[in-house]
Structure formats: structure tokens, C-alpha cells
Design a protein around this ligand. Sequence first.
Ligand code: PHE
Length: 337
Amino acid sequence: MDIEAIKTQIACDLNDLKSIQALEGVRVKYLGRKGLIAQLTGTIPSLPAAERASFGRQVNELKTGLLALLDEKQKALAAWREGADADTIDIGMPGIAPELGHLHPITKIISEVCAIFRQMGFSVVEGPEIETEFNNFTGLNIPLEHPSRDVFDTFYLATKSTLLLRSHTSPVQIRVMKSHKPPLAIVVPGRVYRPDAVDASHSFMFHQIEGFVVDADITFADLKGTLEFFAKSVFGKDISMRFRPHFFPFTEPSAEVDISCILCKGKGCSLCGRKGWLEILGSGMIHPNVFRHVGYDPSRYTGFAFGMGVERIALLKYGIEDIRLLFENDLRFLKQF
Ligand code: PHE
């Protein structure tokens, strides 16, 4: 075997090497137990005595040279790999987009409704969720014996406490009227609490939007026009609206407001319980006793008030069948809005 030819072959093998595994292959090819170097060494005893020493030296040189080349190539490959790793950060590749949140359907309804009333000149005001018995009941002309004042219908903070979790947003009427003079046009979104068993249409916590207007000469016609504009803005121009006589201690006269069923348009279906109408809020003209409690002269001022359940509006508007879906934080549900 020609040693020079082998050197050329080695140079060739190492030259287009791309991986450590391939380098290992070359090592075995030449230095392995049955490799070329071993074969060369094996031929020494059969050589003429005069050539053995010099051939042996050449084979040794070849081996040392090859070891050095392999070592060098290994280092070069390692360095090349590090460089390649750095290059694999492809700045042209699309990034991993962070998941974006969005507003909860309840928050959306609150903003939408408040925006409608702002258009009509109302201001948005908030009140505390912990209220006094006076603001939640007494100031609103709700007598001591009224069942809603019972501990089974209101969350009191402690036994015999006069502090409670407000059961409606109406106490904010008292707060605003006590601290401001008419004219007033206010809407109040917020959470309210009632010890109701949770089911598809009840929750111990829900949201209301209260509204009230006080000035000289405010009439039931103002209430009607305001609510009709509101209902048509939320549910569409083609709905009709009606007042149904009702009783609230803090308004007189009082009425519940229905809109024609948004599903069957009044024909009667399962959503409206075959009535053709859907109740959306309670309303009325502010009771003179409420004005007395806040120091307004009832012979000088009149006003109207209304209160709606936000969840109910959301259920109707979005066609949701169970109020609990709004509070379970299930993204499969929430992502639809
Ligand atoms: N506060 C009443 C309720 O929670 C709603 C209401 C508000 C009714 C204002 C009339 C006027 O049911």
C-alpha cells in the first residue's frame, strides 16, 4: 500500500466531513482494530528486513499525523456547531403571540348601557357595595316590617349590624341626592347581593344599573321617552315597550317595563313563556318620602327612577340560557364575546 496515496485519501475523507458521527467513521476506518493503519502494521513482518524499520517509521508518522488531523477537525466541528446554533435564531420567523384578553360580557353590557345614557346627558356614578340600612332601606321608604329587610333576604355584615351588602343599587340615589342639588340625571352600575340559592336564573351576587332624574316638572312621559330610547338602542328599533303596573316602596306610581320578545317578536315562545313580552326593568316616579329623607322639597321637585339587572340584559341580548356561565370563568364560554 502506498503511504502517500493513503495521506491523500485521509485529506479527502476529512475535507467534506460535516458531523462528529462522520468523523468517528473516519477514525474507525483508519485507526480501528481492522483499520488501514492496523493492516499496514500487519504487513511489516513480511517485508524484507532492510525495509522494515523505515516502513515502520513511516506508518508511525502517518498515525501521529492522522491523530493530529482528527483532533483539529473535531475542534473545528464543535466551533462550527456553536455558530450554527446562534444562526438558528431566525428573526424572520413569526413570534409566539401572547394571548390577548378582552372585556367580560357583563362589563360590555355595562359600558354599552352607560354610553346610551351618557348620550342623553346622564352622568355615571358609583357607590359602595357595603351600605347602611338607612341608605339601602329606610331612606328609600322601605318600612321596617318589609320582608326584604329580613336576614333571609339581605346579607347583614354581622348580627344586629346596620351595615349590609347592598341588595340593589337604589341606595346610590340617597347618596347622590344627599350630596347634590337637582337637576340630576345619573346612572349607577354596580354589584348587588342577595341570599338567593344559585340556579340558572339566580345568583347571590349580580349587577344592576340604576338610573334617576330629578328636576322641577319631570313627568312619567320623560321616563317613558328615556326608557324607550334605551330599549331600542340595546334591542333594536323594531321592538315595542310597555309599562305594567307594579309596586316599589320608593316609587309611586311604579311600573315594570317589558319589551316585545326579541325571539318571537311577540307571538309567544319558550323564551317569553308564551307571553310575547320580556320583563327588563323596574321603574316609577320617585316617592315624595324619598325626597323628604334627602331634604328635597317634594312640592318643588319630581323625578323618575329605574333599575335593571345587567345579567338579565346579557342573557337576553346574547341568548345565554344560564346565568352561572357568566361567573364560572370558563374561557370556552367567554371567548365567544
Ligand atoms: N331597586 C329595584 C330592584 O332592585 C329596581 C328599581 C329601581 C325599581 C328604581 C324602581 C326604581 O328591584
